[in-house]
Design a protein around this ligand. Sequence first.
Ligand code: ADP
Ligand code: ZN
Length: 521
Amino acid sequence: MPHPITIDSLKEQLKKTFGFSQFRGEQEAIILNTVQGKNSFVLMPTGAGKSLCYQLPAIVMEGTAIVISPLIALMKNQVDQMLAFGINAQFLNSSLTRAEINRVKAEVISGAVKLLYIAPESLNKQENLNFLKQAKISFVAIDEAHCISEWGHDFRPEYRKIRTIIETIDEKMPIIALTATATPKVQIDIQKTLNLEDATVFKSSFNRKNLYYEIRSKKDIDKQLIRFIKSHNGKAGIIYCLSRKRVEEIAELLHVNSVKALPYHAGLEPQVRMANQEAFLNEEVDVMVATIAFGMGIDKPDVRFVIHYDAPKSLEGYYQETGRAGRDGLDGTCILFYTYDDILKLDKFNKDKAVTEKENAKILLSEMVYYTNLGVCRRKQLLHYFGEHMAENCGFCDNCMHPTPTFKAEEEVSLVLKAVQQTGEQFDAEHIADFLEGKSNSFIASHEQEKLSLFGAGKTVSWIAPEVDEEDDEDEDEDGDEDTPKKPKMRKTPSKPVPIEDEKSPWISFIKQMSIFGLLE
Ligand code: ADP
Ligand code: ZN
């Protein structure tokens, strides 16, 4: 009989192997859940400490834990780290020779390996299935679980087969799925596809309080960039660019401006890529100029800024990338340089995709456009996107620190609410916008909504922001009765309320804001 696993023994192991004296956030509860043989679904932002949630139970439980992970670089990183801690961890993927594969398998069968990292495509192979059936498996961890969802930003079709494969190995093994990027829609999709509806869900807040979010125009970007980096002299930072070519150019630009920077992208020779990454991790250079190929699984705690030279494809990607700043809990600055041209460029990349994929990519992109255009607190918007409501503005983003004029939009708010009611509680912003503008679409026509009294009632609203007398406003707030809730102030026309196609209604942005303020629940 193995010793029962107690909280004390887990804490002891935490100290012994990792050198940490306490668990962070919900780590302890998550680990206990796995140890007790239950399924878990873990949603935590980047840097919160997800890996430990499967590494520690793997160490204390009998047998080998399987860790399914999408990236070879990430596996290697973690295996090296575990080996350095004195824990036997191995990986199985396409980078190994036949002899190496046989060695790993023999070690697993002998019971010596605590963690076995496997790529989903390797898991699919019949020979590996046969081998895993002979091994004693403690549990299965599915890292980057959002890869299973088509709605997510990083869909990998092989992930879809995982659950069936796990069941053929042993249907009673506990499963723990982890992700840093689940919006409510993706979360539901993951649980359904992995058949994890019974799992205990551990969702920690996605708020990264120490990160400052700012969006800047791309005008004179190189000058802005150099100025910013010079003012953060000697600090570590990452600059994300869309193309390999741009990465090279910017690394060169920084170099001639005496900034210690190196490029990183998938087109570089593997040795060069590794060497550049090491140079960044070891502080031989300050700045890594990279495509999004850089960063997953890289744990550098003191990254002080993350700059997006080009607009990202989705808010999930953006959040994950910016999340690499300030892992040590100290301040991190996240700047996104934005121009609508970038969105058009990204949209063009999608033109050859299959219909569903294309539609989905468009939706992700239009969320990005709203984020860059709305005058609402950036953190409020980001958290709203991840299904969290923030009551107050954060005070630590560009929109909070340099607010654009607001106006009291009671009439507009009430018009939207009435329109929502009249059209049958349909919250889709584009639909309500069309309805208020008096523009018919197939849904409106088939439900005969043109006949309703508010069809077209929003046509006459003027979106030119009136002069707001801020002082007057504040007086009123102070004198106001404590019990009457403050009316949210809305922003009129955002600079460019255009989600992908031109000529979209300003009502869409307005309704988005209402949703972020929680007025449409
Ligand atoms: P994630 O996978 O969620 O992005 P990681 O697992 O890479 O995050 O962990 C981020 C950092 O936090 C790592 O440096 C890790 O060693 C550290 N960490 C994790 N758990 C703890 C803990 N209980 N105490 C202190 N540091 C921790
Ligand atoms: Zn804010």
